[in-house]
Write a protein that binds this ligand. Structure first.
Ligand code: GLY
Ligand code: MN
Ligand code: MN
Length: 449
């Protein structure tokens, strides 16, 4: 947040830079992304580009200024995912340029805002161009520049006579996001004569869908922390508890264990609220006899878990609730058991639906329970909770959810069970296994502080 704009003017000593730095996850329990990982990601991107120039912009601070404030909250700044993936930096208002040549290694140029001693008295040390930035990113110091001339230099590199975006087979790679492609600067480059525009986003998605060892470490920790949060939430639940109290038990645990933020707004829905897929008001009181759906997870070092448990508020399932719960659990388990490299996510979806169909009995009335499974079984996770992917075919290193559900609004009953699965060369590993899942284990945890 730009505190300087709050009408107060710092009258102390100016011109002195603060010690310390705000760099690559500095001070975060997740620590910095190792430089060799960042280099490998950039090299993989350059290889896929073949010939051309790619331009990425980092995120900016949101504005707290009237008349159009964004209502930023505590630690509100979050880096753009692709920028973080390639640089490991949390610096706002920066540019990354990658130049892929037909032969020889490519070049990576990083533009960082110059350090500002006045601003730093308010918001802390920033990483500027220099040796520290080179150490953090593995980009040569000579290729780290100030943003003061960034736009002119980038325009010249892409549209100038020597441009690799205009040679046969070359391209200007940029992200097709609304914010990006509609920015005046990027549009002016795309519209320049001879520049061949190409989609950078789809290449980044194809790289990001298979996680490297550091990403798997982050996701594993995000899932472990989330599982601990679920356990705390189960323990905090008893008849009369408010949904937000359960949310607080989980989120307090996430933060205590090193998560910087939640992976998405926590969903705690008791009774009929549990049948609303993205219910996140979390304002109702939980009553004995109800089931409560808790879809809550932590983000750790920029990586998001996604975990759901469904629990009986009283600590005991009724026989009907238990039968429905075991049906959903069975559907999840067959899908988990079928997970290995070479299987398609849509096949797992079919396997879970068939299980619900074949084992429904009369649990869902005249219809089979698969009718009431109204969303997809799976999605990738990563820096986005719904992480982008370009392939449906599972490979080692992919991490995705398996989350069957049955929603019966007429009975005010929703059940969803969601876990995070790493695809391994041999099969799979359930990263969120620390959260009780079998009905008897759930019953043992609920209401037992
Ligand atoms: N928490 C959002 C989802 O399960 O997809
Ligand atoms: Mn999910
Ligand atoms: Mn979820």
């Amino acid at each position: 947040m730009k505190m300087l704009k709050l009408a107060l003017v710092w009258a102390g000593t100016l011109g002195q830079l603060l010690p310390g730095r705000l760099a690559a996850q500095d001070g975060s329990p997740a620590a910095a992304v190792p430089v060799e990982r960042l280099r490998a990601r950039r090299e993989a991107l350059l290889k896929k580009m073949r010939i051309g120039v790619a331009v990425l912009r980092s995120a900016s601070e949101r504005s707290g200024d009237p008349p159009d404030p964004d209502y930023p909250q505590d630690s509100d700044f979050r880096q753009d995912n692709d920028f973080f993936y390639l640089t490991g930096l949390e610096t706002p208002d920066s540019w990354l340029v990658l130049v892929a040549k037909e032969s020889g290694p490519g070049q990576v140029i990083l533009y960082l805002p110059p350090r500002d001693p006045v601003q730093e008295r308010w918001t802390g040390a920033q990483l500027g161009p220099g040796v520290l930035a080179a150490q953090e990113t593995g980009i040569p110091e000579a290729d780290i520049r100030s943003t003061e001339k960034a736009e002119a230099e980038i325009r010249d590199r892409v549209t100038g006579q020597q441009s690799l975006a205009a040679v046969p087979g070359g391209a200007f790679y940029f992200k097709h996001s609304k914010k990006n492609s509609e920015s005046e600067f990027i549009r002016s480059i795309i519209l320049a004569p001879f520049v061949q525009a190409a989609d950078l986003q789809v290449i980044l998605w194809s790289l990001r869908q298979v996680k490297d060892e550091n990403e798997i470490w982050r996701l594993r920790r995000a899932a472990e922390i989330s599982a601990q949060g679920h356990l705390a939430a189960m323990r905090a639940t008893k008849p009369g508890v408010w949904e937000y109290e359960v949310e607080a038990a989980a989120e307090g645990t996430f933060r205590r264990l090193g998560a910087e933020r939640v992976a998405y707004p926590s969903i705690v829905g008791t009774g009929g609220n549990g049948t609303v897929l993205h219910y996140d008001k979390n304002r109702a009181k939980a009553e004995s006899g109800e089931l409560m759906v808790m879809d809550m997870a932590a983000e750790f070092g920029y990586y998001a878990a996604d975990v759901t448990r469904t629990i009986p508020v009283s600590g005991h399932f009724t026989p009907h609730q238990r039968a429905l719960y075991d049906l959903v659990l069975g559907a999840q388990q067959v899908a988990i058991d079928s997970t290995r490299p070479g299987v398609r996510m849509r096949d797992l979806d079919g396997i879970a639906r068939r299980y619900l169909h074949d084992h429904s009995g009369d649990l869902c009335g005249k219809q089979t329970c698969d009718t009431f499974f109204i969303h997809g079984l799976s999605h990738h996770i990563g820096m986005d909770v719904h992480d982008p992917a370009v392939s449906d075919l599972l490979e080692p290193g992919m991490v995705f959810t398996i989350e069957p559900g049955v929603y019966l609004p007429d009975e005010k009953t929703g059940i969803r069970i969601e876990d995070d699965i790493l695809v391994t060369p041999e099969g799979h590993e359930v990263l969120s296994a620390g959260a009780p899942r079998r009905a008897e284990d759930v019953e043992k945890a609920v209401g037992k502080p």
